[in-house]
Design a protein around this ligand. Sequence first.
Ligand code: CA
Length: 271
Amino acid sequence: MLHDSARVLLPAGAVCNVMNRPLEVLFKGRGAAALGRSALVLAVAASLGACGLDERVLLTADASGGSASGGAGSAGSSSGAGQPPGWDAPAPPDCAYVGEAVVAGCETLVSNPGFDQGVVGWPGESLSMQISWADQDAAASTTSGSLSVDNTLFGDAAGEVISGALQCIGATPGAVYDMAADVFIPAQSAAGRAGLSVFFYKMADCNASHSGTDMSFTTDLVQDTEVWTPVSGRFVVPNGFNSMEVRLVAGKDFKLRSFKVLFDNVLVQRK
Ligand SMILES: [Ca+2]
């Protein structure tokens, strides 16, 4: 879990991101305690040159696995009384998307959830996130594959870079959603972890021109290699937010040059 962590979002700049969207770098509490958060922020700012800074702090973690963050409340984390309808609904079944047919209970709001033939609809968050199609399928289908993220953003500073591929979909403020996928971390020289995340936007179509993405949710991140591992989480869309980026993320030490992860069977479902 990521308690006591400080997360830094680096808004777009020519140096750090060419797609004019935030880049997430997460610092672990140990380093933050040793150096102080501001020192770490400055370290990364210096390493990335022209990037601006917008610091946000993780707030809490919810019972379903995952962490929510934001500057003006929680993105669906506090347990107990007051949860919206659907919070206690059963978890979705294990779902595999091959071809057009969708099993009852596996309805998903994202397009191209199973990556049968390609990665259409899932661009990288920056040019440093190299997205490609892999013929390796989570259910061993010979007619489907998966999406490969190679996180190649690196620099000489402490911290963890968590980024990957994304798809923007609409969101209903105050509604409960489930999110799930299968994750495969190939054996490789670099260590890292992988999972799912969402950035919430007030505007439709994940338009951040008038309101930044100051709220997010991230599932627990897994580290097992050479095995397809399911990841999932349940979250509430914060009030006032109307779209969200579903993110397939690979996290690694900022100093490592490359970390590759495969994703398949992406479920996003309103309860
Ligand atoms: Ca597949």
